[in-house]
Design a protein around this ligand. Structure first.
Ligand SMILES: [Fe+2]
Length: 240
């Protein structure tokens, strides 16, 4: 499997706090069958943590990869980011943008209570830059929980919807739980990812998710959402 959304790089955001934590997260991922992780630190939130820009993230990916190789943890790391889109903040220039593995796919997020008109404007900005937005956890945004047809509209416009493991398992609140199930049943979801932040809570472990999918959503093609589509994104190909 491929984890397309993971806060595994140490010291760049509210995810991993040390090299040790990052290695433990990777070991958990490897043990459940994840072979590739896109490292997606938050961007657009805390300038202090984001100093060093894209070059710093790429260097940190290399440093952590060396550590994983040293411990023989069979996970391949690729660079990415999760960019917060908000009113009044222009998109970073092409040199500081961290798309998923350098593809045209950009993982983006919003404030949970963001206004849908602002979301639409920002998504159009991303598209005007020649990029395809991968919308992180649409099920967590209040406007989608209130009005799920917003997600239909996004999918129709070719935006990629990435649902969180934790939402489907109920650990991110009732609204996210119900909405993630709805989006999945409506076949609006192209990717499921861990959005892991640690090795104890919000982990990269996907076994529980696979069991839940099999039990509650037997019609869902888990391989498509957890391997094929993420792989196509990382290779900059169109997805299904
Ligand atoms: Fe995230």
């Amino acid at each position: 499997m491929i984890d397309l959304h993971c806060h595994i790089l140490p010291g760049l955001d509210d995810g991993s706090d040390s090299m040790d934590t990052s290695c433990r997260m990777a070991a958990i991922a490897a043990a459940c069958g994840i072979r590739t992780i896109a490292a997606t630190p938050h961007r657009g939130i805390d300038p202090a943590l984001e100093a060093g820009g894209a070059a710093r993230v790429r260097a940190d990916v290399r440093a952590l990869q060396q550590e994983l190789d040293r411990w023989e943890i069979p996970v391949r790391l690729l660079p990415g980011s999760e960019l917060l889109l908000r009113a009044g903040q222009p998109l970073p220039g092409p040199d500081s943008l961290l798309t998923l593995n350098g593809s045209r796919y950009l993982l983006v997020e919003f404030y949970f209570d963001e206004h849908p008109a602002v979301m639409e404007r920002k998504l159009q900005e991303v598209e005007a830059a020649g990029l395809v937005p991968v919308i992180a956890h649409p099920e967590r945004y209040f406007c989608v929980q209130r009005n799920p047809s917003l997600a239909d509209l996004w999918a129709e416009k070719g935006r990629v919807l990435q649902v969180n493991k934790g939402s489907l398992l109920g650990s991110l609140g009732e609204g996210a739980y119900l909405t993630s199930a709805l989006l999945l049943r409506r076949e609006l979801v192209s990717v499921i990812a861990s959005d892991a932040h640690h090795f104890r809570r919000r982990t990269p472990e996907l076994r529980g998710l696979l069991e839940a999918l099999e039990e509650r959503f037997p019609a869902v093609d888990a391989d498509l959402l957890l391997r094929k589509n993420p792989e196509r994104i990382l290779r900059d190909l169109p997805i299904h």
